[in-house]
Ligand binder design. Structure first.
Ligand SMILES: [Zn+2]
Length: 238
């Protein structure tokens, strides 16, 4: 396969024909991630793009094929669970994948400057940030320090879950992931414009800690998040 980020030059300025056919399309990028997750789940990861040769190859420029906006949970290491390497993923992680100006700016940088065609919101079952927000809602006791900012960012998802009659923690997590997808698009006109132009997609996935598998819970546009990896695709051959 063509190696994402293997070409040098200025960020976003050079993209060979092979890379264009392999990684610039949101659905293909998503399939690439799913293929890596399948390798990880099956216990047969290939650890691509982690060798010294690739390290040198990407030193002069990066063309990551996906942005990961994930929870900071220590069990959610993006390059491990998607079986990728250097130059593949542009990763932004906060507790509960909460978003603020710096997160939005980082996403916009990857999408517009690096030309990354896919943004993935990565949440997971038993998320501590969601549990913390739930506890605050139940007790009315606000957390000390800056943890309050994390809780405040999760509260809209809790209110939405309550309105929809969802009260189990994993159901709330799914709603929070979908809410984060909507928040990214609602707060970043730059990202929304890239999606409207068909240059980018935003997919929310939920990761199960024990099984290691990701499952799509939201996608814009809706058709981009198929779990079917086309035969003979770069994903399958990676
Ligand atoms: Zn979490």
């Amino acid at each position: 396969m063509s190696l994402p980020g293997a070409s040098g030059g200025q960020p976003g300025s050079q993209r060979g024909a092979d890379e264009s056919s392999t990684h610039t399309e949101p659905a293909r990028a998503y399939a690439e991630l799913v293929a890596g997750n399948r390798r990880f789940v099956s216990g047969s990861p290939r650890h691509p793009n982690q060798d010294a040769g690739h390290r040198a190859a990407v030193a002069d420029g990066q063309h990551p094929f996906a942005v990961i906006v994930g929870c900071s949970d220590s069990r959610l290491a993006a390059e491990i669970i998607f079986d990728r390497g250097l130059g593949d993923l542009f990763v932004v992680r906060t507790a509960g994948h909460t978003t603020g100006p710096e997160v939005l700016g980082s996403v916009e940088y990857a999408v517009t400057v690096l030309g990354t065609p896919l943004v993935v919101v990565l949440g997971h079952d038993s998320c501590g940030a969601v549990q913390a927000a739930r506890e605050v809602t139940a007790t009315g006791v606000a957390p000390a320090g800056h943890l309050g900012a994390v809780v405040d960012a999760v509260l809209p998802s809790l209110r939405r879950a309550a309105a929809e009659g969802v009260d189990d923690i994993d159901g709330i997590v799914d709603i929070h992931i979908a809410q984060t997808v909507e928040t990214l698009l609602g707060q970043s006109s730059v990202l929304a414009d890239e999606v409207a132009r068909g240059r980018c997609a935003v997919v929310g996935v939920s990761y199960r800690l024990a099984a290691g598998v990701v499952r799509p819970v939201a996608a814009v546009p809706a058709g981009v998040a198929t779990l079917d990896v086309p035969d003979g695709s770069a994903a399958a051959a990676a």
